[in-house]
Design a protein around this ligand. Structure first.
Ligand code: 5RP
Length: 224
């Protein structure tokens, strides 16, 4: 199944003092989804924001809220993120303790379910949950911080995951070091959702964000 290319700006790189306006501006600039990086200072060495902040952003746009939970364990917080207005809830395979149970909980909450893999985690971790998935998020940097360099061996991992997915209607998302130079590489390997933070949130205006999104979308489309 071929999904459209989607550009999902990560608000990790936005101006936190005016997040609502940043979300509105980047959607006006052509963003398809808003990527929300939730970090707990335990699963990853950084802390960002939780469901209350997401709830406060919900009124700024109808765009899909794509929530990447870098928290462990995630299960006791899934309902709060669902109620905050997230449309997709992605948990990490490494966060434990029961990945299959986490995905069933997300589905029972009426949300789309995703699994993310850290760079060192093999794609075999997905094998027995594939039929519960709407999205697979391949981390192309180690999670925790924006502005890192794309780990090039992840191209092969995306390719293998694309082959595993086969005809299933699962979206393949990539996150970390996505920029005009890497966009065609990841879509050529099979990804269709491109998260980008530092490559988009620069310039501070709708016009600058539009140019940055197009600078990623054009090679992404060509790379397919
Ligand atoms: O999840 C993340 C870090 O854990 C960020 O979304 C990711 O790194 C995007 O940032 P950049 O585009 O600046 O690399």
């Amino acid at each position: 199944m071929t999904h459209p290319i989607r550009i999902a700006p990560s608000i990790l790189a936005a101006n936190f003092s005016k997040l609502g306006q940043e979300v509105r501006d980047v959607v006006d600039a052509g963003a398809d989804w808003i990527h929300l990086d939730v970090m707990d200072g335990h699963f990853v060495p950084n802390i960002t924001f939780g469901p209350d902040v997401i709830k406060s952003l919900r009124s700024y746009t109808d765009a899909t809220f794509d929530c990447h939970l870098m928290i462990a364990p995630a299960d006791s917080f899934l309902e709060a993120f669902a109620k905050a207005g997230c449309d997709i809830l992605t948990v990490h395979a490494e966060a434990g303790p029961h990945l299959h149970r986490s995905l069933q909980t997300v589905k029972a909450l009426g949300k789309k379910a995703g699994v993310s893999l850290n760079p060192a985690t093999p794609e075999s971790a997905l094998e027995y949950v594939l039929d519960s998935l709407d999205l697979i998020l391949v981390m192309t940097v180690n999670p925790g911080f924006g502005g890192q360099k794309f780990i090039s061996v992840m191209e092969e991992k995306i390719r293998r995951i694309k082959a595993m997915v086969g005809d299933r209607p699962i979206e393949i998302e990539v996150d970390g070091g996505i920029a005009p130079e890497t966009a065609g590489v990841v879509t050529g390997a099979g990804a269709n959702v491109l998260v980008a933070g530092s490559a988009i949130f620069k310039g501070g205006s709708v016009e600058a964000y539009r140019a940055a999104i197009e600078a990623i979308r054009t090679p992404a489309e060509k790379g397919r």
